[in-house]
Design a protein around this ligand. Sequence first.
Ligand SMILES: [Zn+2]
Length: 427
Amino acid sequence: MKLIDPASLGFLLLPFTQALQLPFGIPGSVQGIRSTLGASFKVPEFIKKFADPISTSPLYSLHRSLIEIPSVTGNEKGVGEWLAAYLMGKNFTVETQAVSEDRVNIFAYLGKNRTTHTLVTSHIDTVPPFIPYKATSNTIYGRGSNDAKGSVASQIIAVEELITEEVISEGDVSLLFVVGEETLGDGMKTANSLGPKWRAVIFGEPTENKLAVGHKGIVMFDVIAKGKASHSGYPQLGVNANSHLIEALYKIEHMILPKSDLLGESTINIGLIQGGVAANIVSPYASASVLIRLAGDLDETLEVIKKTVHGLPVELKFLGVTYGPQETDHDVENFETIICSYGTDVPNLHGDHKRYLYGPGSIFTAHSGNEYILKSDLTEAVAGYKRLIKESLWPTKRVPAIVDKVIKEETVIAPVSRSAIVGDKSS
Ligand SMILES: [Zn+2]
């Protein structure tokens, strides 16, 4: 360690404080201080805190690094490379799985055991546009700060802490961070070919640190009307596609769709309408894009949609992203619950695993121009993920059943220790 005369500290820090125009001689960059004084110089904690409070927290600094790398869907290469290197640096075995050119999923685990009991997962892509990172005393702004880099950072720190505390070890938990969640879910769909099947999967999405009871499904379709152009003064010579579309959309908007006790009503959004050429031309073509957030049965809903437009001169074109409502496991003590109306990667990962959906931040600010997350929510999420991981490995509610089984199987009833109970990971 280099020793330094305190009187000369202000002089040495001057270039950094000037560069960032910070008041009272407070240094602006811990890295800058190190590069001037040498890598071996140990920057005192109080200077670090003043200069860059984020850097003193493994959670906040990991979160910042993830946000600072733009990763709008389709351009996740940079954040994937960074995250793989970070996890290798933390002694995880890291695999990258190609999804498409330059886009990879990151799969990480301890040692050689790829097949773990529990999988912890979220996504590393974001919606556009990129919004730079900014931190205030309580709040962190930036694209992905909430959806879903808040989940990614707090999941990783939760797992790191459980390893350090020797609560989990090789074979217990693996991490999967996928691309493409915000559009087609191609990252998670590709992850199905990784190989392992898990007993429990914890998905990270903004749920306000509440445990989701489920989320609605999605049906997307286009309504297409074809007409025949003519002079608007002689409409009898043409066929107006706009008129046909308007009639169909009115009926679609007033359809009665199946609902459920758990998720409530389905909602219908006619999000995009296009049609016609000009006011003085009978419209030869019109189309609309409709998205239904589905609370009830998928097949019944598809039947209702088809019946609604039956006999009308329009075509329906159903699009790739279609799935029914998703119920998620939420029978865990001491978690508030929430119903979600947005889509996730939950249906894209196949298997009969338990499915938990939980994460920091609110969906109401996700995808917005003012996306943010509270620092306190990130901290709380680390604790929440740790509890969920432990619950997935050793469900407290299953203990009586295990005790019961042991008692029945033993001719001589031996005392069952807590360590024997928590060591049982069967589901
Ligand atoms: Zn998300």
